[in-house]
Write a protein that binds this ligand. Structure first.
Ligand code: DPP
Ligand code: ZN
Length: 876
């Protein structure tokens, strides 16, 4: 692993014009024949060799313009193929033959087999595990792919683009040819072959072009793909309406695969998915799963324009496609579901994953300037903060001018491998706006703090608001210049209406947005007849930490009155978070009442307000998690204390709201037909939240046991099971429900993942022994990434109490598993290792144990580059 630097970017010496591949699949072997049409780039030294990337490859043939090459003309290793003496000013062809064993490919990068299905994953650098290639995103070419296989083992043969030809061969074999008319980089290549079921539908684009849609699954599971198909069609319509983007090929196929490192992959015309994000039915999937499928289907589909038609010049530009596409899928979900609830869940996600990353040793800018292992940069910062930066551009420009910039981007860069600078230049050119201070966000790591001060002069009827931005230099050392921070705001009157803010001067204010572009600014509101409540950072208009020392009375008023519903939630959540943080810092862990009755009543007020949608009310009931409190504490964290504080808060809310919770739980819909729509899901979420509080307050497992027994869908069943297993472990009610769950679903790996995860998150120190036992369960497998994440990943990320057990047993158990996982699949081990990233914020005993564990791991020989990179950076 060398360090790759953005500043070292230069174009390839050779230009690639076309790729023709023949892939012959056999049991235990795949033979790959690739024909590249190449040309030396103008101005490049005639003696310069061609250097192709490889990874664990075996070369079996090499020819130039059809003639086998002599051994002295090339140098081949598993990692690299260098060829000298190539023509200086004419096109030439290279024929490269490699042979692979997909069955042995446990990294799940390149060509591998999952439950017998041949499939590929090439982003970021998997194509070089199939053949020697200029494996980088700025090398675009047209691909023609011929796949040959046994007709029984693989009746279905799929690749990118449009189907061109199929025919039967001798020996019960057959082939299919696929032709992709759009130039693409190698990371978007895909091939699937297997005995698959499928569902098919037709879609007609806005301009009348018919498209055949197909979703392929393992045998017997195509009936679970209907919702994914529905989400796909809605995504296609939405992209036409919102961004004017139509689909461009004759077919669009999705394949659901059981063993998959990521959520899904946007290969041109052939998306390959982790089957978790395709397969659903009410008995086996929760509402959260339904929302996840909808999001990921949309995300990968939207990549067709933001990622595929316009791709990235190099991997430093990853946010160009990922941040933008997350922004687009968030907007889709906002339109399809509730915009406020969607925004709340995006912000929760940002704070849970991106904020801690940005506060710790793994921090990096949205556009990094160096990496050792690109797989480790598919991060919350690139994805979720990247989406926030796009959202800020929209907030600064407004919806219509933002669309003009996007239209120009699609016009100007269609077919290009582009950069972040190209992207921003389109918005500047389309609108005349200066976005230079916004652009700085892409290069500076860390979460800026915005400090807000208020000064009200009653006699003059004047409110003066001060804003200050600060950014601390972190481990990334990437600069702290002032950036453009759009702050959406309102002045709320006592009747809950926004006051007209016509008379305002000072810093740059446009409509309901204050544009903070300097270190400090002052805004003055005049002609006020009484002191208003100041509501800032509405809709979380910038990814900042807010320091706004508002009185509890003001916050409670806004939590009740703010016409911006997002801010009602945000202000209440901040108030609760501050109270729990303060309690966690108190000297005694015996905190019995971390929340005041007034705060609890504010929570209950939102939860009981029937004028609000149920999903919002459920969000009001969701207390900040233990990891979130730990992040806010930032130092000397004792996870036992944090857990005790959160538990006490839950009991306090549960007791004071017992009557409301009993009513909400009793009122839940039962027995009716399951519908996954947002409104029904919201009602179920509210009833489940009520059940959790009831159990916390009463210590009675009866309602949960009843709900489990009567559950007509997985959402209600899992909610009840979680309460039983987490609150009443070791009781007969809990163990019998857990056994029943296993017996019902042991044939379905996706549900068994839930069974593992629920036990991995039992909030008890003994969970270390529980997960250790589960690791030898017959259904556990180190080879399936979903299963590994369900047990090991969930334990480390979501069981604060046990992972951080003071004797270090949680750290040791995870470290031992990391070593085992790393031998098979470095991407998965590296990802799970990031759960150690906040070790410096722990109290001294745990801090020493965690850092010792990391250091011992790093001393081991034979660790992957992926895991070594995460460990090394975590310790910096
Ligand atoms: N498959 C991943 C995603 O869509 C990487 N492109 O985000
Ligand atoms: Zn993506």
């Amino acid at each position: 692993g060398q360090t790759i630097k953005l500043e070292d970017y230069r174009a390839t010496d050779f230009v690639l014009h076309s790729v023709a591949m023949t892939i012959r699949l056999f049991e235990g072997r795949a033979d790959i024949h690739t024909t590249l049409e190449l040309e030396r780039r103008k101005g490049v030294d005639a003696a310069a060799p061609l250097v192709l990337d490889g990874d664990e490859l075996t070369l079996t043939g090499l020819a130039l313009n059809g003639t086998p090459l002599e051994g002295e003309r090339y140098d081949a290793s598993p990692q690299r193929l260098e060829i000298t003496g190539l023509p200086s000013d004419e096109r030439f062809t290279l024929d490269i033959e490699t042979t692979l064993v997909p069955e042995n490919n446990t990294k799940l990068m390149g060509l591998y087999r999952s439950n017998g299905i041949w499939c590929t994953q090439c982003e970021a650098e998997g194509f070089r595990r199939i053949t020697y290639f200029l494996d980088r995103p700025d090398v675009l070419a047209r691909y023609e792919v011929r796949i040959e296989a046994d007709r029984s083992a693989a009746p279905v043969l799929l690749s990118n683009g449009n189907p061109a030809e199929t025919a039967v061969l001798p020996d019960n074999r057959h082939f299919a040819v696929w032709d992709d008319p759009f130039d693409k980089p190698s990371y978007l290549f895909a091939m699937v072959a297997g005995d698959l079921d499928s569902i098919h539908e037709q879609f007609t684009t806005a301009s009348g072009k018919p498209v055949s849609l197909g979703i392929y699954t393992e045998r017997g599971r195509a009936t679970q793909a209907g919702y994914a198909m529905d989400a796909l069609k809605r995504s296609m319509v939405w992209d036409e309406r919102r961004f004017g983007r139509e689909y461009d090929l004759d077919v669009f196929n999705i394949v659901a695969i059981a063993d998959f490192n990521m959520g899904a992959m946007e290969n041109k015309g052939l998306n390959v998915f982790n089957h978790k994000y395709v397969l659903l039915d009410p008995e086996t999937a929760t509402d959260v799963d339904y929302a996840g499928v909808e999001t990921v289907i949309a995300h990968e589909y939207f990549h067709n324009w933001t990622g595929n038609r316009i791709t990235c010049r190099d991997w430093f530009q990853l946010c160009l496609k990922e941040g933008l596409t997350v922004y687009r899928d968030q907007e889709f979900s906002a339109d399809e579901r509730s915009a406020t609830v969607q925004r709340i869940s995006s912000v929760r996600r940002l704070k849970a994953h991106q904020f801690p990353e940005d506060q710790g040793p793994l921090q990096h800018p949205v556009r990094p300037t160096e990496y050792r292992e690109i797989n480790n940069f598919y991060t919350a910062t690139v994805y979720d903060k990247g989406a926030e930066l796009v959202r800020m551009i929209e907030t600064i420009l407004g919806r219509d001018r933002f669309r003009r910039g996007m239209d120009l981007y699609f016009d100007r860069h269609d077919g290009d491998a582009a950069t972040v600078e190209d992207f921003i230049a389109c918005f500047e050119a389309a609108t005349g706006e200066d976005l230079s201070r916004l652009a700085l966000w892409y290069g500076q790591a860390g979460t800026p703090t915005v400090t807000v001060t208020e000064d009200y002069d009653a006699a003059a009827g004047r409110l003066t608001v001060g804003f200050k931005q600060t950014l601390r230099q972190g481990t990334a050392g990437t600069g702290t210049a002032p950036v453009h921070i759009p702050i959406r705001f309102g002045l709320v009157g006592p009747n809950g209406q926004d006051i007209d803010t016509a008379s305002v001067h000072g810093a740059n204010v446009a409509g309901d947005v204050i544009h903070l572009t300097e270190p400090e600014a002052r805004v003055v509101f005049e002609n006020l007849s009484e002191r208003p409540y100041l509501s800032v950072l509405r809709d979380f208009s910038a990814p900042v930490a807010l320091d706004h020392p508002q009185s509890e009375a003001d916050r409670l008023a806004l939590a009740r009155l703010d016409p911006n519903l997002f801010n009602r939630w945000r202000i209440l959540n901040d108030l609760v978070g501050a109270a729990l943080t303060t309690a966690s810092r108190a000297p005694s862990p015996e905190i019995q009442a971390p929340l005041t009755p007034e705060i609890i009543d504010a929570i209950l007020g939102s939860a009981g307000d029937e004028s609000l949608e149920a999903a919002f009310r459920a969000q009001a009931l969701a207390l900040p998690g233990e990891a979130e409190i730990a992040r806010m504490l930032a130092e000397n964290v004792d996870p036992d204390t944090v857990h005790a504080v959160v538990e006490a808060a839950r009991r306090g809310v549960g007791k004071r709201g017992a009557a409301l919770f009993a009513r909400l739980h009793a009122d839940r819909e039962t027995g009716s037909q399951f519908s996954p729509d947002a409104e029904s899901a919201g009602s179920r979420a509210l009833a489940s939240a009520a059940l959790g509080y009831l159990a916390a307050a009463t210590g009675d497992f009866g309602p949960a046991a009843d709900q489990y027994a009567a559950a007509g869908n997985m959402t209600d069943r899992l909610a009840a099971l979680t309460v039983l297993v987490h609150r009443f472990p070791d009781t007969p009610a809990s163990t019998s429900a857990l056994d029943d769950f296993y017996a019902r679903f042991k044939h379905d790996g996706l549900v068994i993942d839930k069974w593992f995860a629920i036990q991995a998150t039992i909030p008890s120190p003994g969970a270390v022994e529980i997960v250790a036992g589960l690791a030898s369960h017959a259904m556990f497998s180190l080879k399936n990434p979903n299963r590994v994440r369900a047990l090991v990943g969930t334990f480390a990320a979501a069981n604060q109490l046990a992972f951080h057990r003071a004797d270090g047993a949680g750290y040791r158990w995870v470290a031992e598993r990391l070593v085992e996982i790393d031998r098979l699949n470095p991407q998965v081990s590296a990802r799970i290792a990031t759960t150690f990233r906040s070790w410096r914020s722990l109290e001294p005993v745990r801090r020493d144990k965690a850092s010792a564990t990391l250091r011992q791991l790093l001393e081991l020989k034979d660790l992957s580059t992926d895991l070594r990179d995460i460990l090394g950076r975590s310790l910096r």
